[in-house]
Design a protein around this ligand. Structure first.
Ligand SMILES: Nc1ncnc2c1ncn2[C@@H]1O[C@H](COP(=O)(O)OP(=O)(O)OP(=O)(O)O)[C@@H](O)[C@H]1O
Ligand SMILES: [Mg+2]
Length: 324
């Protein structure tokens, strides 16, 4: 890419979003409405978490974004071009990992990568081995590179799929559940890899059904439920929309619970030496003073920061479970 087209590309990304969908809808042949009128905007340079419980339409959306399936209606623009029409020109700029990579079981991890790289007409064969080597290194597979892919664990296969996506520098990475099958240490490694890639300027779009994972790594997020977009925006703003729980630590839980209810707190729950509640709409200093005035011995008083999970529950009125 020359300097002029790079500038042009950046201008497009900044203006319209790296990914922009309007009314994107997919109804599968069996009649299942998997994605319903999705308007999604992914800002350039973001780490964008695409969040939703199992079956909420994440993979279906990603497959439409990558031009693998056609939408029933609506549009999807990726890197400024309409999909699936522009797939041939757009896909070389995108590294993708979608639902379990297709691997050749009889080939080693390294040979799978070399073969994948060879399928890319723009990839220079002279630097192929070096590219494969550094991709293996990045995902922590160097020691296992000679092992046959069919002998890889789920987490190792996932890493190899990620290595395929990292062979070339990309403007956009689309990762469908990249930490699926990984242990906590592996998940941490992928998170730090994602941060590193983002700091190089790559926009990362990743799906997950794990709220805390999104919270740890993403700058922006969209929440899906039953094929519909519930909310999207900066992670900090999403969490700020929900109020955290008020926690009072005290040996006098019965009296504390009574006072909190009197002060307008909702959903008051008393445990051993703590009472938690939804904070009332008033100055919390007054609530604390009321507790003390009633003779409650307050050892701790504070509002926990709201999590994305609180925000999800507040928005949907339901837990983060699989829809039927
Ligand atoms: N090929 C298909 N044919 C018919 N229905 C499908 C097909 N693929 C997915 N669906 C249905 O579409 C809905 C959305 O599925 P999708 O795979 O997009 O969800 P997801 O959010 O990726 O879930 P998960 O977290 O389990 O990966 C589900 O109800 C699913 O059963
Ligand atoms: Mg999926």
């Amino acid at each position: 890419m020359d300097a002029r087209s790079a500038t042009e590309a950046e201008r497009q990304d900044a203006g319209a979003g790296v990914i922009a969908t309007r009314g994107l809808t997919k109804r599968y042949r069996g009649g299942q409405l998997a994605v319903d009128g999705l308007d999604l905007t992914v800002p350039a340079g973001s780490v964008f978490g695409f969040l939703g419980p199992n079956g909420s339409g994440k993979t279906t959306t990603i497959r439409m974004l990558m031009g693998l399936i056609a939408p029933t209606s609506g549009t999807a623009r990726v890197l400024g071009s309409a999909m699936p029409g522009a797939a041939r020109t757009v896909l070389p700029h995108i590294g993708a990992l979608i639902e379990g990579p297709a691997l050749y079981g009889h080939l080693s991890g390294r040979d799978n990568l070399l073969r994948y790289d060879a399928a890319d007409p723009t990839a220079d064969p002279r630097t192929r081995r070096a590219r494969a080597g550094s991709a293996l290194e990045r995902v922590g597979l160097t020691a296992a590179a000679g092992k046959k892919a069919k002998a890889y664990s789920l987490g190792m296969k996932q890493r190899l799929g990620l290595a395929c996506a990292l062979l070339q520098p990309r403007r956009l990475l689309v990762l469908d559940e990249p930490t699926n099958g990984l242990d906590p240490q592996g998940m941490r490694e992928i998170r730090s890899l994602v941060r590193e890639l983002a700091s190089d300027g790559t926009t990362v779009f990743l799906s997950s059904h794990l709220l805390d994972e999104i919270e740890q790594v993403c700058t922006h997020a969209a929440v899906m439920a039953r094929g519909r977009l519930i909310v999207q925006g900066a992670v900090a703003d999403l969490a700020a929309g929900a109020r955290g729980r008020l926690t009072v630590t005290t040996p006098d839980t019965g009296e504390a619970a009574r006072v909190l209810k009197e002060q307008g707190a909702g959903d008051v729950v008393a445990a051993d030496d703590q009472v938690t509640a939804d904070p009332p709409e008033r100055d919390l200093a007054e609530v604390n003073a009321a507790l003390v005035a009633a003779g409650v011995r307050v050892r701790g008083f504070g509002v926990e920061r709201a999590s994305l999970e609180d925000a999800f529950v507040a928005l949907t009125g339901e837990g983060f479970d699989v829809a039927g």
